[in-house]
Ligand binder design. Structure first.
Ligand code: NAD
Length: 359
């Protein structure tokens, strides 16, 4: 029987609760589809600080590098909030992303039909369904550029620099085009080329990369227009390709359209296709340890891992279908409604497993 190795980083707050439910669901889908996943649990974030003094111990890095994929819950919590920036749990997260060279962030924003009413958008705006994939550059641009402060004419100033090389743009553009080829062959590249030089290089490079993908229909939007279009006509989008800062903002906007932060998965990929999978939400310390968290974002991240890193698309489809059906049976508190029973994190995991069992 095929066996995959997954590094499991549960992290802090609700991390352990949602990851436990994800493992339960992944194992159920694996059993149905005839493969096995061997998990190696390692420390990250606050839990790692408490036990080793570092938010990302070397042992965690080594296990991640020798695995087929990495699965992460969430990091952070009140207990570590007063530590200096580079010693906080979140530093472990940034460090694992850069150590593994995870430059491509995939964030699907999907409205599951049973949850249409949970979206802040009207039915007439959403249309039949919404399924957008934001492909965001994750290790370049203004978040990693030169920054500083100084004094000029007696007043303090500060600056940050947006810098992209052709190589950085090409590699994320390729991910965007490959994604479009697997979906509806439509790609929207988002920039601010009317003002920013870095965006003009972004646009020229994307146009060049497009020559290798003649089947993909490419269009360009300025980021301000894209942000407006996302809430007035979201169904026009399929794959959105954009830079680090624009992707950060647009993917949060796209995600809230789906109703709850507890529903949204993500994948971060390296040039070699190695992947780290995690829900987009944080460690939710306000509800941690109470069996109240919605495990579905984490479970859907598990489905992304099966599809992108473990090449088990049938098992991924099975989990996504099971989540859709589970939403008609029971809901966690953040998505409660439609007269359905309100259940806890563990019970929601059980409902998804039962739906897989029934397939
Ligand atoms: P958060 O995403 O943890 O929580 C925001 C709100 O959403 C809270 O009210 C929380 O209860 C709710 N929520 C989040 N996930 C939920 C789920 N699965 N089910 C139900 N409700 C859910 O963001 P925050 O409060 O800004 O940050 C809390 C901690 O998480 C901080 O330490 C922050 O640095 C960290 N954080 C970590 C990551 C990560 O690990 N990738 C991402 C964001 C924030």
């Amino acid at each position: 029987m095929k066996e995959y190795k997954v590094a499991l980083l549960k992290g802090d707050g609700i991390g352990p609760e949602i990851v436990d439910e994800t493992v339960k669901v992944l194992n159920k889908a694996a059993e149905k589809c005839g493969f096995m996943i061997k998990y190696t649990q390692e420390l990250i974030g606050g839990a790692a600080i408490d036990q080793t003094g570092s938010p990302l111990p070397q042992q965690t890095i080594d296990t991640c590098k020798s695995s087929d994929a990495v699965f992460l819950g969430a990091v952070g919590g009140y207990k570590w909030d007063t530590l200096p920036g580079d010693q906080r749990p979140e530093a472990g997260l940034l460090a694992i992303r850069s150590t593994l060279g995870l430059f491509a962030n995939l964030r699907p924003a999907i409205i599951f039909s049973p949850l249409k009413a949970a979206s802040p958008l009207k039915d007439s705006v959403i249309g039949d369904c919404l399924d957008i994939m934001v492909v965001r550059e994750l290790t370049g641009g203004i978040y990693f550029g030169t920054r500083g402060r100084g004094m000029e004419d007696g007043a303090e100033y500060a600056y940050d620099t947006e810098k992209y090389s052709v190589t950085e743009i090409e590699r994320i553009a390729k991910i965007g085009f490959e994604m479009a080829m697997k979906r509806s062959k439509k790609l929207c590249s988002v920039d601010k080329a009317n003002v920013l030089e870095s965006s003009r290089l972004w646009r020229e490079t994307v146009i060049n990369v497009a020559k290798n993908y003649p089947e993909v229909e490419l269009r360009h939007l300025y980021v301000d227009n894209c942000s407006m279009q996302l809430v007035c006509n979201p169904s026009q989008f399929d794959v959105i390709l954009t830079s680090n800062i624009f992707g950060d903002i647009l993917s949060d906007e796209a995600s809230i359209i789906s109703g709850s932060i507890g529903m949204l998965p993500s994948a971060s990929l390296s040039e070699q296709g190695f992947g780290l999978y995690e829900p987009i939400h944080g460690s939710a310390p306000d509800i941690a340890g109470r069996n109240q968290a919605n495990p579905l974002a984490s479970i859907l991240s598990g489905a992304m891992m099966l599809r992108h890193s473990l090449s088990e698309p049938a098992a991924a489809d099975m989990i996504e279908t099971a989540v859709n059906r589970a939403l008609l049976v029971a809901r966690t508190a953040d998505i409660a409604g439609d007269g359905l029973p309100s259940v806890g994190c563990r019970e929601m995991g059980d409902v998804v497993c039962a739906e897989i069992d029934a397939m």
